[in-house]
Design a protein around this ligand. Structure first.
Ligand SMILES: [Mn+2]
Length: 426
């Protein structure tokens, strides 16, 4: 289904008066504090977060999966769902594909469809954590790290194929996340599997077009529980440095052990110009894949504070590729994504409100209390009217979630696609 600007404008009428009052109040307050709102609003409008093609259906755990109905059964329908998210929020203008799940026969047709909905193709994701029917070798004991050169070659070839598909769609980056690792002591020789991984990545890097980037994602545990070959940002950073200037580290919020200071990792990578990609989600324990900002919204703000600082100060670091990487097991995936997009933009807006000069001054005079208060002040600002105004100016919804519900979009999708459809992916 395609959502028109007229349908959204009609929904906006219901909230118009209240919004004008709320925004007017906030605008006066922030302008009075010397904040240049138009600059911040332009940055918020420009922010586009990619939606992964595998997040549009209901996710599951190893225990079960509960379908929501009306799930997209092919990539065209997934693109349409992202079109709905983008029409409502104006911040979801990109998709991230996973190969082989998202292979199609006609790539120009796919590109055309996405273009008409204002959706670009962000990073391509390879998959060497599952075996595919037609492949001769198994990844059970690793892919790029495997002790068997034939298995490594198969995994390298898969990544080269993903690059070729990406080229057809206008993507400019490849994300490599490896499930490689071991479950028991003695299973792997740590040095050997890391060396093999670097060697395999070198082959992939060589095939990368000049204007592409390679993102290396890390994860401390799961699916392997004793060791992962790329368990942390340090290993990813080392590999990226050894590969060359087109290779970067990718930070996924869920891929850290509890209480890790992720904002410090962000700062370190940006200082080195090596933060390439970013995956949003939230968690209580590990890679829980919960809606962004649902558990630790202040941590998300602190992370964005470092991202904003880095985007302003570390010009050697490229503009990061943003993506939501979550699994929607209990909610309507589209509602969950709307909540995540709102949480991301909220944290970004608050970080943009931080008085960086005043923070620097407080730090220079060792005024710990003031430095902390300056961050808190920005964090406690209610930026919802600001985000609504940015959306309104671009013909998005004042309240995307309310519009989604009032327009009965899930029911329409069920009517259109059926109750028992199952999306491909996780
Ligand atoms: Mn991820």
């Amino acid at each position: 289904m395609i959502l028109s600007a007229d349908q959204i404008a009609k929904q906006n009428l219901k909230h118009e008066t209240l919004h004008q009052n709320n925004f007017g109040f906030l605008e006066e307050k922030l302008t009075g504090e010397g904040i240049h709102l138009s600059e911040i609003m332009a940055q918020l409008a420009a922010f586009q977060v990619a939606i992964p093609s595998w997040a549009l259906g209901t996710g599951g755990t190893r225990f079960g999966r509960f379908s929501i109905g009306g799930e997209p059964i092919n990539l065209m329908q997934k693109i349409e769902d992202i079109g709905v998210l983008h029409a409502l929020t104006q911040n979801a203008g990109a998709v991230s594909l996973h190969i082989p799940w998202d292979k199609v026969d006609n790539y120009p047709e796919l590109k055309e469809k996405a273009n008409t909905l204002g959706i670009a193709f962000d990073a391509m994701n390879s998959n060497t954590f599952q075996d595919q029917k037609e492949q001769p070798y198994s990844y059970k004991f690793g892919s790029l790290c495997n002790v068997d050169p034939a298995i490594r070659q198969q995994a390298v070839n898969h990544n080269l194929e993903v690059i070729e598909i990406g080229k057809k769609l206008g993507s400019k980056s490849l994300t490599v996340w490896l499930a490689d690792g071991s479950n028991f002591p003695g299973q792997n020789n740590f040095q050997e599997v890391l060396k093999n991984t670097l060697d395999s990545l070198k082959h992939i890097y060589k095939a990368l077009p000049e204007d592409w980037k390679l993102f290396i994602e890390y994860k401390p545990y799961e699916p392997n529980f004793y060791s992962m070959v790329i368990p942390d940002w340090g290993t990813s950073f080392m590999l990226a440095n050894q590969l060359g200037p087109k290779a970067y580290t990718l930070v996924d919020l869920g891929h850290h052990l509890p209480n890790t200071n992720i904002e410090q990792i962000v700062a370190t990578l940006m200082l080195q110009g090596k933060l390439g990609g970013f995956h949003f989600n939230d968690s209580k324990y590990g890679d829980d894949d919960l809606s962004v900002g649902s558990i630790k919204p202040y941590a998300l703000f602190l992370i964005f504070n470092e991202l904003v600082y880095g985007m302003q100060e570390n010009k050697n670091n490229p503009y990061p590729a943003w993506m939501i990487d979550a699994s929607h097991n209990t909610k309507d995936p589209l509602e969950d994504l709307l909540q995540s997009i709102e949480a991301i933009l909220t944290a970004y807006a608050k970080a943009l409100l931080v008085d960086q000069k005043a923070v620097k001054k407080a730090q220079a005079s060792h005024d710990v209390v003031l430095a902390q208060e300056l961050l808190k002040k920005a964090y406690q600002t209610d930026v919802r009217p600001l985000l609504a105004e940015v959306r309104r100016l671009q013909k998005g919804a004042l309240n995307p979630l309310a519009a989604y519900r009032q327009l009965n979009i899930r029911q329409q999708l069920i009517d259109e696609r059926g109750k028992d459809t199952v999306a491909s992916g996780l």
